[in-house]
Design a protein around this ligand. Structure first.
Ligand code: FA5
Length: 331
């Protein structure tokens, strides 16, 4: 038995043959050592001592052969620990991902506006023409409703004809829709912001993308003036872009504000538009059931991507949506 075991362990050259030898000789149930042990009962009393000593000798010789084979094959002890494992080396950092720069920007903007008392509100991305246009004083024949400037949801007939036509619903083209939804639900005073995605069939370039985010602001109360609007936008811009940011207001036109302005910041010597704003048009107040002689207010809609780009020195909006981790990991 001892000779058989010795040669079996000596000739074991991989984990499989080692395991076969281990089971054959030292296996708890069918191992040959076990068989011999079982036969000890039949040994006459006077020979028991000698036989016992011999058995122990064989057992320890087999155990030695087993351990020699085990360490030769690299198993070391059988604690399951890889002998090449060095617990003092630094570990591999698990890849857990991180928050997208636009989401980080949204959280930052909410925090700044929150300090000025603006509460965050939300509205749906699939809208009806009432909230996206009509209540915002954009009549049926207005060019802003053109199918070429909006993503209308296909009606069955339009889909069949493969045409994008003005239909029941569309992907909202601006967050100004949320102004209407909030005013329909609540009474003044109101002070909210709404941050979310909007969609326009714009040709992508360094400053345009067909899906982007806006931060809408709405404040309605008594005796609100254009000076209040300009102060809020200035305080916001210096908080987010730094005390030395230069911003300017240009006269403009939006159907839902009167007067209206466009707001620009200076970036490396060039004025870049980052939003539109103005005093709420009386027709909008009427559409939501407010009395324009009783209340006044302002609204603004800012491009979130452009703010994020200016703060972080990103020169192409498309980088934000390329999904390139080498770019995204920098934020
Ligand atoms: C509006 O969308 C108005 N709703 C803003 C407004 C709100 C005016 C409340 C008055 C009162 P405009 O179309 O200019 O305005 O868009 C606002 C900003 O969105 C732009 O200044 C720009 O920063 C951003 N923007 C517009 N189109 C794109 C685009 N394709 N990609 C990225 N950003 C865009």
């Amino acid at each position: 038995l001892q000779c058989d075991a010795q040669s079996a362990f000596d000739s074991a050259d991989d984990a499989e043959s080692f395991e076969a030898a281990r089971v054959a000789f030292t296996g708890a149930k069918k191992g040959r050592l076990k068989d011999v042990q079982k036969q000890m009962g039949a040994v006459p009393n006077e020979e028991k001592k000698t036989a016992g000593l011999k058995l122990n000798e064989v057992k320890s010789a087999i155990q030695t052969a087993l351990e020699t084979a085990q360490s030769r094959l690299g198993g070391g002890d059988d604690s399951g620990v890889d002998p090449t494992f060095d617990p003092t080396l630094p570990g591999n950092r698990p890849i857990i991902g991180h928050i997208h720069p636009i989401t980080q920007t949204i959280n930052h903007l909410m925090e700044i506006m929150g300090r000025m008392g603006f509460e965050a509100a939300e509205g749906p991305e699939v809208e009806d023409p009432w909230h996206n246009f009509v209540a915002l004083n954009i009549p049926e024949d207005h060019p802003a409703r053109d199918p070429l400037d909006n993503f209308y949801l296909a009606t069955a007939a339009a889909a069949k004809a493969d045409r994008n036509v003005e239909g029941e619903q569309l992907l909202r083209s601006q967050t100004s829709t949320v102004q209407i939804r909030i005013m329909e639900e609540r009474q003044p005073p109101i002070r909210i912001i709404s941050l979310g995605r909007v969609y326009r069939p714009d040709q992508p370039d360094a400053t345009h993308f067909p899906m982007f985010h806006q931060m809408e602001g709405l404040l309605v109360d008594k005796n609100v003036t254009m000076a209040n609007l300009k102060t809020v936008l200035r305080v916001f811009a210096t908080n987010y872009l730094g005390d030395d940011v230069e911003i300017r207001f240009r006269p403009s036109f939006f159907p839902f504000t009167e007067p209206s302005v466009e707001v620009d910041f200076l970036w490396d010597g060039t004025w870049i538009e980052f939003g539109g704003a103005g005093m709420i048009d009386p027709n909008v107040f009427k559409a939501v059931g407010y009395d324009p002689d009783e209340v006044s207010g302002f609204a603004f809609g800012l491009g979130v991507e452009r703010l994020c780009m200016r703060r972080h020195g990103i020169t192409d909006i498309r980088d934000l949506y390329s999904g390139d981790l080498r770019f995204l990991r920098q934020f």
